[in-house]
Design a protein around this ligand. Structure first.
Ligand code: MG
Length: 371
């Protein structure tokens, strides 16, 4: 079997706002083969930037476009192809967009492998420790504490046993932060878990003080409290607070995650499979996390493609904590795949169909496709 084409499809809603909502656009990646199998992946990045990485003409040996690198290759040699793509982009890649684009291709290659061997991807990753994953609803804070209270009630009533609130008005003012956290805890009741995603805005001493005040609401973790590059700050923070610190959704490449875990000493690392380097990098990151005694939680804010990949990933690692499940409403997020991956009593089943277990909804693709 040989790769014949790598297709990058940019989807975008007609009206995109400046909200911190990554479900307004997407880059779906299709890897075609001469055997008729088509692998499906997606990229969580700037879609047009990642698309350019895939489609770029060759400049020279280590500044190439990813499609050039893959045409004619055997799609089943996933690990070697990861290294080949990495090598071919090191002048402009290593971190950021090149790894983002590689992620979508890597997911598509795992999808092809599963379809070729007739097994769900988790079996190729080593097998499932769990066939059903506890999921937390992932949503933004409301504009006011009252809105946050209502959002908490909505997702508690939907059966979730854990809800994460993020970004929006949070992080800017101590008093308001406490009001939002109190509203979230009140809306969720005592028994559910509650995560706070701060939005990368504090220095480490502000974070220490805020954690002291927020502890009364028993957050399960506090996520990305610091500026993204403040690795030393994460290290100091982690050694000063008792609440778990989670971070890492914005990193890409195995080396970056290892640095974050070692220097930042965070408790829970959050690779996004559509950005970190796909399942190939994700499994390596999880293995490093395991050796450092850290937990792993997927970051995932795109479509059913990312949900499926995250389910296979989280099922196949021993140190998975809980599945992130984006509940943002939007037609690209909700209807790009036929499969909906429903959350029932707070849990989601791991797909059992060959490959990732997703089928594209071509009505959605054609409706939002950018020419
Ligand atoms: Mg986050």
């Amino acid at each position: 079997m040989k790769i014949t084409k790598v297709e990058a499809i940019h989807l975008r809603l007609p009206n995109v706002t400046t909200d911190c909502d990554g479900t307004q656009d997407n880059l779906v990646v299709l890897v075609h083969t001469d055997a008729g199998l088509v692998g499906i992946g997606e990229v969580d990045s700037s879609p047009t930037v990642a698309k350019a990485v895939i489609e770029a003409p060759m400049s020279h040996y280590i500044a190439n476009g990813l499609a050039n690198v893959l045409i004619g290759e055997d799609p089943l040699e996933i690990g070697r192809l990861y290294e080949k793509m990495h090598r071919a982009t090191i002048y402009y890649g290593r971190f950021g967009p090149a790894i983002h684009a590689m992620s979508g291709i890597d997911l598509a290659l795992w999808d092809i492998a599963g379809k070729h061997y007739g097994v769900p991807v988790y079996k190729l990753l080593g097998g499932a420790y769990q066939k059903k994953l506890r999921a937390y609803a992932s949503i933004l804070f409301g504009n006011t504490p009252d809105d946050t209270f209502k959002i908490a009630q909505q997702w508690a009533n939907a059966g979730f046993t854990a809800v994460k609130f993020g970004w929006g008005p949070f992080g800017k003012d101590e008093k308001l932060d406490l009001e939002h956290a109190a509203a979230a805890r009140r809306g969720l009741g005592d028994k559910r878990d509650f995560m706070i995603d701060v939005g990368c805005c504090w220095d480490w001493k502000t974070a220490v003080r805020r954690e002291e005040l927020l502890r009364q609401f028993r957050p399960f973790w506090i996520e990305e409290p610091l500026l993204a590059d403040d690795f030393e700050g994460y290290g100091k923070l982690s050694n000063h607070v008792s609440t778990r610190i989670a971070a890492g959704e914005g990193e890409s490449g195995v080396a970056a995650y290892e640095h974050l875990m070692r220097v930042g000493d965070i408790d829970i690392v959050q690779p996004d499979l559509a950005r970190c380097g796909g399942l190939t990098a994700g499994m390596k990151i999880a293995e490093i996390a395991k050796s450092l005694r850290k937990g792993v939680c997927n970051h995932s804010y795109k479509t059913g493609i990312s949900i499926a990949a995250s389910l296979h990933f989280m099922a196949a690692i021993q140190n998975g904590v809980i599945l992130e499940y984006c509940v943002e409403e939007g037609p690209i997020r909700q209807t790009t795949t036929i499969e909906k991956f429903p959350v029932i009593n707070g849990y989601v089943d791991v797909p059992e169909a060959p490959g990732l277990g997703v089928n594209l909804n071509w009505d959605t693709i054609e409706k939002f496709r950018q020419k």
